[in-house]
Design a protein around this ligand. Sequence first.
Ligand SMILES: *[C@@H]1O[C@H](CO)[C@@H](O)[C@H](O)[C@H]1NC(C)=O
Ligand SMILES: *[C@@H]1O[C@H](CO)[C@@H](O)[C@H](O)[C@H]1NC(C)=O
Length: 451
Amino acid sequence: MKFICLTLLIISGITDSRSEQYKVVGPADSVFVVAGEDVILPCSVKPNISVVDMRVEWYRLDQKDLLVHLFDDHVDKNTEQIHSYRGRTKLNHQELQRGNASLKLSSVQIFDEGLYKCFIQSKSWNDDTTVNVKVEALGHPPVITVDGFDHSGGLHLQCESEGWYPEPDLEWLNSEGVSLSSETTETHRNTDGFNVKHTITLHHSDKIHCRVKLRHHMLETLIITTSNMFISWRTTVILISVFVVLSVIAGILIAVFVHKNKVSHLRAYMVNVILDADTAHRRLIVYCDGKQVKLVKAHKKELDRNEAPKDRFNDYLGVLGKDGFSSVCFYFEVQVKGQTEWYLGVTRASVNRKGSISLSPENGYWTVSLFDGKYRTHESSYVSRALSVNPQRIGVFVDYEKGLVSFYDVESMSLIYSFTDQSFNKKLYPFVSLGYWMNENPTPLIICDDY
Ligand SMILES: *[C@@H]1O[C@H](CO)[C@@H](O)[C@H](O)[C@H]1NC(C)=O
Ligand SMILES: *[C@@H]1O[C@H](CO)[C@@H](O)[C@H](O)[C@H]1NC(C)=O
């Protein structure tokens, strides 16, 4: 009996050294693990001899062969281990005796996904196998947000789900299970995995599912839209429209009020202008108590410039107001409607009324004009001004103290032009003119008191 046992021992000793030739086997497929859970990375030797006396090395094949776990000289030697695996790896020493070198990895994270090498080395032999670990992170249940209506009454829905790995599929389904195509899709990747966001627009009430799927995992959220929502949208739109219309009306009323206010503000300084026929060019007739002036047919004598009496204009078809003003502010309006040539503003009594002088402040005239179809001002030279409207009535405002002469289009109360920083030391007289002596347009200029 003793002999048999001894023989068996010797034989087994011989077979042992022969069976040093082993094969390291891993799993046939990838190993799937849900993030946060533990996983076994299978690895064993065939035949199932003990690997207790061998070196068992686990490392990341896809990360520069960095060490995940090392068993050598009968102990775990993890001083060189990758930091992120510290305390999370475990070899079952009892299992090692049965040729099982599977590694237990606890609380798996997304970054644990990858290729692992299980390398087993005896004194005379070595072999290895590769384990492909796939991590899945299950995200949060999708959240549906009602994101308002578009202008055609479509209801914007947005479905968002966070924390998935790898990227999940998101789909919208109606109550009949028909998939609806998303209008916009967004995917963001961060350390917690993938966030997905899809939108659709709904045009009638329905039961809508937003479903997020990852392999065999699925999370779903339901939203029920009622026809009331769509009706209330219409109500809202109608209310908004009414509000917009009211606002526009209010805006117009305010504008009219402001306009009226501005006009009445200026008109507070209205003075009674009476044109002085004695200053008028001889082709002019002043009538209606000095409120209107127009051209009359020219006689040869009247066209003789040198024959003109001393106080009259001889080239410009001009006339002054009877009264001059040096009060703080004054204002008057002249209707120019239908007249194609005019100059108007204020002037001093002492100015030169003879010849074709420039009607500029230098010569004591502060005027605007219409000549040759162009509106002009006369600062030091004539400057054309493009106006958006053709003024029918010009308002002339003078702030004597401030040295300001402003011209307004009365209709829109828009400023045409201002002379600023002028200095006045003598009374200013209203001045209107039907242009130059060759004007033939019979339309009168009218001093307006009708407000
Ligand atoms: C190998 O060992 C692990 C524990 O480390 C165990 O879960 C697994 O079932 C073992 N495999 C075999 C084939 O016995
Ligand atoms: C090795 O495997 C065989 C059959 O697969 C089994 O009967 C035996 O118990 C195993 N040996 C050890 C040490 O686990």
